[in-house]
Write a new protein. Structure first.
Length: 350
């Protein structure tokens, strides 16, 4: 809730959390579980206020206290470590985050097993931390070990995030044979449709997205549905899906207010020609996570329009400008499928 609030609300949240912590320290003492929970709450309030260093300091105190009081193998201790690791990652202290997550994953493996949701979540974070810290071989091993279990559970979004570039075909093969009813609704079914789209199974991708959005869905789902219909040359259906993803942006006069639009909304706007390629790229150029995303979708649009040289150029820009691993691995896969991939470039992409 803090991330959506105003600076005044964030200040108020920090003030209230500080008062609550002081009261519990006075009445219960510094080691009481409720006091430690209040300290963690204050850390969260500071984190959403973007006082990351102060938040990290408090999270470290909670970890140290819980380790001392409860032991290193306690679930609350490990949960606190995971929260500290997340804050360190946000502060770009990725090596520190990776070290913490190594312990979190190891302990959750022992406590819950490899297929427990909290273990899988920690594995995803561990992979991201090591990737961003430049530990490519460690990150690759984490992903290679984890992807099969994620595919077995139908967790395609997590599998795509953790898979190495040369494992894309493994994900595609799984999507081709997957019983869609066994895939969790939402992001995972959407990723199945996208994998089908990437390997050229356009009608199958359209069917998956029709099923996924039958009762409505999130913005990103209608964006993907629109791209599937665009690829199938169903222009009216594509237009309707893209406009559905922009429904919250529609003004009374029929125009769209795209100020502050998220990447999915901008993608839909681009396919609807509400913004041009240059605007699409410029809107996300300063985002470390999304800087390469527009080029992926520009490439896909060019490819479906039969402009293959332009598609190759856009996919190449995606690989060159992306900091987030999902986009370049998809761009490389699509280049390979088009017979336009220089395989010497693959090794540098995790």
């Amino acid at each position: 809730m803090y991330s959506r609030s105003t600076p005044q609300h964030q200040e108020a949240a920090v003030h209230l959390a500080t008062l609550a912590l002081s009261a519990r320290q006075a009445t219960l003492g510094p080691d009481d579980s409720k006091t430690l929970a209040a300290k963690q709450t204050l850390g969260n309030a500071l984190l959403y206020k973007n006082d990351i260093d102060q938040a990290i300091s408090l999270f470290k105190e909670v970890v140290e206290d819980r380790r001392r009081l409860l032991g290193s193998q306690n679930a609350q201790t490990i949960s606190s470590m995971a929260q500290l690791a997340s804050a360190c990652f946000k502060a770009d202290r990725v090596a520190e985050s990776a070290e913490l997550l190594d312990e979190v994953v190891d302990t959750r493996m022992k406590l819950y097993g490899a297929n427990h949701p909290t273990t899988i979540r920690a594995l995803v974070d561990q992979h991201a931390a090591h990737s961003n810290a430049g530990h490519k071989e460690i990150a690759r091993k984490i992903g290679t070990d984890a992807v099969p279990a994620m595919l077995d559970r139908g967790r395609y979004a997590q599998a795509l995030h953790m898979a190495h570039t040369d494992e894309m075909q493994k994900l595609v093969d799984s999507a081709l044979t997957q019983d869609i009813d066994k895939v969790p609704p939402g992001i995972d079914r959407t990723v199945v449709a996208e994998l089908l789209l990437h390997c050229g199974k356009i009608s199958e991708a359209c069917e998956v997205m029709e099923l996924a959005t039958r009762k409505g869905g999130a913005i990103y789902m209608f964006k993907t549905k629109g791209i599937c219909q665009f690829a199938a040359r169903h222009s009216q259906a594509a237009d309707a899906a893209f406009r559905r993803s922009l429904r919250a942006r529609r003004l009374e006069n029929g125009n769209y207010n795209l100020e502050g639009a998220n990447p999915d909304e901008l993608t839909s706007a681009y396919f609807l020609d509400l913004i041009d390629k240059n605007t699409f790229v410029a809107e996300l150029s300063d985002s470390k996570r999304y800087s390469g995303l527009p080029w992926l979708y520009v490439g896909m649009r060019h490819e479906y329009e039969g402009r293959y040289i332009d598609a190759k150029m856009a996919y190449t820009r995606c690989v060159e400008e992306s900091h987030y691993s999902n986009m370049p691995k998809i761009a490389l896969y699509r280049l390979d499928r088009l017979g336009m991939l220089n395989h010497e470039d693959v090794g540098s992409i995790e």
